[in-house]
Design a protein. Structure first.
Length: 505
């Protein structure tokens, strides 16, 4: 494995994180929060300097394969989170580093699960941001935006990396069963994706300002929407904002849960390919059906049918996009059938190639078609049938990876629920907590409907792992742990061999 190339990429991760940390510093200076602003600025300088030192020595070989790509992305996200948690502690917003790390991982993975209670957030705003500054709240939400498209995809769009490096990192960091280049070079693909991402961000910010929000409110809520994260300024999430604001956020949550390739196809005037995209069609069918069920089943929660439709659409968009914003107190307020639909949407999540999490609609289609195909093969052994999407045959390799992903997903879900059960919470709380973190959604049911302070250290470690493994689509982290285990075992065998030789001598 090319260790020097991985080290070189991690140094760039630190450089970019150092640059990102200057933004909350500027916000702090603007609002007169000099102490916090200086903390962010000083940390930005230290992190950037360490990154610059780390990349002075260029790797002798730029050979870069799938294993290096998966390990680089996994270590990059871990390093990003470890450093990103420091300002929460230094500013006093979250004094305990372990809790700060939970909040940071939740931010970068666009999960939105928080250890800050609703009362803390509401009291902070009411008291003039005296316990958590504008700078820190900006950083908290900005982590969503950074993690939404992926920091290494951002690096790919800027740095002159080799073609093999770029595509392997894109495969590791981009959500979905497959990653294809719609432009000749992966670098150009990454650049185009980020330009679309930035454009959508600015459009939503402007729309929210027109709807009456301040630039600070519009930027933080936009970061949470476009990155499909869910951190909000108030304990009521989006519930305290106007209907116009809620509708704008609903629209953009849906827009960011769609494969970003669709926007590129619209830009190059190929709307037919968008219209006939099978994943997109089934995704909208799911959304419409879910909104209809929640509207009818939850009608009693609202004053009229118009409000019921609007609020149901918001909840469906929030969960299916894995954003996690809320408007109706929490998910516990919904009837049982509606909760079941919400739980189903948690599992499925968004489309491949979006900023959303979850199992992905494309994987669900492949699994269902594979089951149908197997039934056909059993009942008609001589008939040759293929799994197809968008009228094209799906390769056996993609089907195999999808089934492997499903198996790993279920295994991680079961083991995680069993481990966190040691804290003694209800089955609903534990299952929804794992579903919310593994699918990068944020809030769950019962005790985790608003925050995750009810869990102990071991459970939080499991949930942090679930957030990372969910955002990185499971296999990059598994490859990292496999590499560490293999390396440790190899070193152990070598040590055992040396000791045996000495003994024989």
């Amino acid at each position: 494995m090319n260790i020097s190339m991985i080290r070189y990429l991690l140094a760039y991760v630190l450089c970019f994180e150092g640059a990102f940390l200057t933004l909350p510093a500027m916000v702090g200076f603007y609002y007169g929060e000099t102490k916090d602003a200086l903390i962010y600025l000083g940390l930005a300088g230290i992190v950037f300097a360490i990154g610059m030192i780390g990349k002075i020595k260029k790797p002798k070989s730029e050979a870069f394969f799938a294993k290096e790509g998966f390990v680089s992305v996994s270590l990059g996200w871990i390093l990003l989170s470890l450093v990103g948690a420091v300002p929460f502690v230094l500013t006093g917003a979250i004094p305990y580093y372990f809790n700060a790390l939970f909040e940071t991982i939740s931010g970068f993975t666009t999960t939105g699960s928080s250890i800050l209670t609703p009362d803390q957030l509401t009291e902070n705003v009411q008291n003039g941001f005296n316990s958590i500054s504008h700078a820190t709240l900006f950083w908290r939400s900005f982590t969503h935006w950074v993690g939404g498209m992926g920091v290494l995809v951002f690096i790919m769009a800027i740095l002159p990396l080799g073609a093999s490096s770029s595509i392997h990192m894109m495969k590791a960091e981009s959500p979905g069963p497959t990653v294809s280049k719609f432009l000749p070079k992966a670098k150009n693909t990454a650049k185009t994706l980020y330009l679309i991402y930035i454009a959508i961000t600015f459009i939503e910010m402007i729309a929210l300002i027109i709807a009456g929000l301040t630039p600070f409110e519009s930027s933080t809520l936009t970061f949470g929407t476009v990155g499909t994260g869910g951190f909000a300024l108030l304990g009521t999430s989006i519930g305290s904002y106007s209907t116009a604001v809620q509708i704008i956020i609903t629209v953009f949550m849906i827009l960011c849960s769609i494969n970003f390739t669709m926007y590129y196809l619209l830009l190059i005037r190929k709307p037919k390919l968008v219209f006939f995209d099978e994943e997109l069609r089934w995704y909208f069918v799911m959304l419409i059906a879910a909104v209809a069920i929640l509207t009818i089943n939850g009608r009693g929660l609202f004053s009229g049918w118009g409000e019921a439709i609007q609020q149901s659409a918001f909840q469906v968009a929030s969960i299916s996009s894995t954003t996690g914003y809320g408007t109706v107190a929490d998910f516990n307020a919904w009837p049982t059938l509606s909760k079941c639909i919400i739980l189903f949407l948690m599992a499925i999540g968004a489309c491949a190639g979006s900023t959303g999490g979850g199992f992905k609609m494309s994987r669900l289609i492949i699994v269902l078609k594979s089951i149908k195909n197997e039934i056909v093969n059993i009942t008609h052994p001589r008939l040759v049938s293929k799994v197809k999407m968008n009228k094209k045959s799906v390769s056996n390799d993609i089907i195999k990876r999808t089934m492997a992903y499903l198996g790993a997903y279920v295994a991680i879900l079961i083991v995680s629920v069993l481990i966190i059960s040691i804290d003694g919470h209800t089955v609903t709380t534990n299952i929804s907590a794992v579903m919310a973190t593994l699918n990068n959604i944020g809030p769950g049911f019962d005790s985790v409907a608003s925050d995750f302070t009810c869990y102990g250290t071991i459970s939080k470690i499991v949930l942090m792992f679930d957030m990372l493994v969910g955002r990185l689509e499971i296999f990059p982290l598994l490859v990292l742990f496999s590499s560490i285990f293999s390396r440790t075992r190899l070193q152990g065998k070598r040590a055992l061999g040396i000791n045996t030789m000495k003994k024989n001598i």
